[in-house]
Design a protein around this ligand. Structure first.
Ligand code: C2E
Ligand code: MG
Ligand code: MG
Ligand code: MG
Length: 278
């Protein structure tokens, strides 16, 4: 180990930090224009009833393709969009696009699937958020009862009156509320009852190592038991094999989503799936 190598390390270290900053700045400047340039695409991943095999719902998952930068994963651009205050606009884009797709699938005679979209937790802090989103659903002639909004536990980081107001308006209109990535974040459980949560989505990180990990198995079993006692629906994400399905069924988990059935797929592939499901 030489000082010379240490120098190299620092050089490398600084270079990677710089490169990350440069990349973020470039991403950010493209992100501002991505909606008007029509660069976002919605994919959908089906969710199934583990016991009946029935299709329960489709989750909309956003994709970004920029001609200079290529495909950018949501994990990379959602935090940036959050930083530059773009999330309310992006959430509205997702909802209106998903409404348009749902209408199109219906017109073409496929089975009618309920839809689920992911919303930014910070968006719930904006007064009038629920009214704006509900008006998008209604202006598309759609029924709020067919929609589920997924939000992460971050929603509870600030115990705000505006958040409760938005949620109660959405729930009164019939929209379902799911807590996404359940188990990885905030650990107070009181809010589940307070928000009248309809569904918990157990994070993929707890499913990934099933059945090998006894710890994860214990956590998942506890979450399922709690949800059942509170009469809250439960769904496991990231299911990749039959053994996981078997185990989850034994633990009493009702729903599942994951590569075992399908990765997120395009709106045209969903159309085929909805026709096949008839
Ligand atoms: P999420 O909502 O928890 O979505 C599940 C993620 O797990 C998706 O990644 C999906 O492709 C992936 N996944 C599903 N099944 C499997 C599986 O069996 N194995 C593995 N390895 N992965 C699986 P994706 O599409 O890259 O999305 C990542 C995250 O980005 C989402 O996590 C969500 O938090 C966020 N996101 C995606 N679309 C939107 C959106 O429209 N709006 C907002 N606000 N966030 C979004
Ligand atoms: Mg989700
Ligand atoms: Mg999830
Ligand atoms: Mg997740």
């Amino acid at each position: 180990y030489h000082a010379k190598e240490e120098g190299k390390f620092y050089q490398f270290y600084h270079r990677t930090i710089n490169q990350r900053l440069i990349r973020e700045t470039i991403l950010e400047s493209h992100l501002h224009r991505a909606i008007e340039r029509d660069e976002f695409i919605l994919y959908y991943q089906p969710q199934y009833d583990l016991f009946t095999g029935e299709l329960i719902r489709l989750e909309a998952l956003i994709r970004w393709y920029n001609s200079e930068l290529g495909w950018i994963r949501p994990d990379q651009f959602i935090p940036l969009a959050e930083k530059i205050g773009l999330m309310p606009k992006l959430d509205e884009w997702v909802l209106s696009t998903a409404c348009r797709h749902r209408k199109m699938w219906k017109q073409r005679g496929g089975v009618e699937a309920d839809l689920s979209i992911n919303l930014s937790a910070s968006h719930f802090q904006i007064p009038g958020m629920a009214k704006r989103l509900l008006s998008i659903i209604e202006s598309n002639g759609d029924d709020p009862c067919r929609w589920e909004f997924e939000v992460t536990e971050h929603i509870m980081m600030q115990d705000s009156a505006v958040v409760y107001e938005n949620i109660s308006q959405l729930k009164e209109a019939g929209v379902k509320l799911a807590i996404d990535d359940f188990g990885v974040g905030y650990s107070s459980l009181g809010y589940i009852k307070k928000l009248k949560v309809d569904r918990l989505k157990i994070d993929r990180s707890f499913i990934k190592n099933l059945p090998q990990s006894a710890d994860d198995q214990a956590i998942v079993a506890a979450v399922i038991t709690m949800a059942r006692q509170l009469a809250i629906d439960i769904i496991a994400e990231g299911i990749e094999n039959e053994t996981q399905i078997q185990l989850l069924k034994e633990m009493g988990c009702k729903g599942g989503q994951g590569y075992f059935w399908s990765p997120p797929i395009s709106e045209t592939e969903i159309e085929l799936l909805l026709h096949g499901a008839e």
